[in-house]
Design a protein around this ligand. Structure first.
Ligand SMILES: N[C@@H](CCC(=O)N[C@@H](CS)C(=O)NCC(=O)O)C(=O)O
Length: 261
């Protein structure tokens, strides 16, 4: 990722502390309490990072915030690869020396350790399977197509100076909307939340992915009334953490959460 990206998108260190390559010195306590043995590495520009950020905060978990500015290429150093995450991605954790990447693996690991409340990620296998069904579906459908739409329309032009063709945008929009249609018609069919009557991690992962498309000027609320109402419910159920996680998305997209159509 270009080192100039931060200035191109108008983000300053006020939007997240800059990375100090001396990793041991850059950790802040997040929840204003004592230092924890769990370190959470994330960037709020990253959808799965925001999901875990919200889940951790809703869970009241103790952890150290380790902000990684992807926009400055902080994850691309050898030190990051060796000491933080060999895949050079966020989110990832270090739990008392145990390093783990992949948001869903992290979620399941912390749930198994009893750190995630059951109402967010059920322990009973039948209920858990319903949430897992969404998470598995999401990763290769909604996530891939929303992320590709965002990347091609917003990020790539910033990095390369080239705008995608109308035909390409249209194709990507069609692929994304195929999955948004499924969320609207299937997952939200006669339900307040994606997997039942109450909020779970499934809703949080999905909402963070869909919110990313705001930055590519896509307004999901226009075509999808159920998604629109559901996003409001998710935000309400997760706030103040939802808005804290999305403040950079709101700033870059120029659309606050209350913005009208
Ligand atoms: N499947 C991974 C995806 C992680 C991922 O793609 N992270 C992106 C940000 S959303 C990243 O770190 N990208 C850095 C890069 O590609 O250089 C998860 O769910 O945690």
């Amino acid at each position: 990722m270009s080192l100039q990206l931060a200035s191109l998108i108008g983000l300053s260190n006020d939007d997240g502390p800059a990375y100090n390559p001396r990793l041991t010195q850059r950790n802040r306590t997040s929840n204003n309490k004592t230092m924890s043995s769990l370190r959470f590495y994330y960037d709020l520009m990253s959808q799965p990072s925001r999901s875990l950020f919200i889940i951790f905060r809703l869970s009241g978990m103790q952890y150290e915030d380790c902000v990684v500015a992807l926009r400055n290429g902080e994850h691309l150093t050898d030190e990051f690869k060796q000491n933080i995450n060999r895949f050079q991605r966020v989110p990832c954790i270090n739990d008392n020396g145990y390093k783990l990447g992949e948001s869903i693996a992290i979620l399941r690991y912390l749930s198994a350790k009893g750190k995630i409340p059951e109402h967010l990620y059920p322990k009973y296998f039948v209920e858990q399977a319903r949430v897992d069904e969404f998470l598995e579906w999401h990763h290769i459908t909604l996530r891939v197509t929303c992320a590709l739409y965002f990347r091609t329309i917003w990020l790539d032009p910033l990095l390369t100076g080239r705008t995608p063709s109308e035909a390409k945008i249209e194709t990507l929009r069609m692929h994304m909307e195929r999955n948004l249609d499924i969320v609207e018609e299937v997952w939200l069919n006669k339900k307040e939340f994606l997997t039942g009557p109450t909020l779970t991690v499934a809703d949080i992962f999905a909402a963070c992915e869909i919110e990313q498309t705001r930055m590519a000027d896509y307004d999901v609320r226009i075509k999808y009334p159920k998604i629109r109402a559901w996003l409001k419910r998710v935000r309400q159920s997760c706030n103040p953490h939802y808005d804290a996680a999305h403040h950079i998305v709101y700033k870059i997209s120029g659309t606050g959460p209350q913005a009208k159509l």
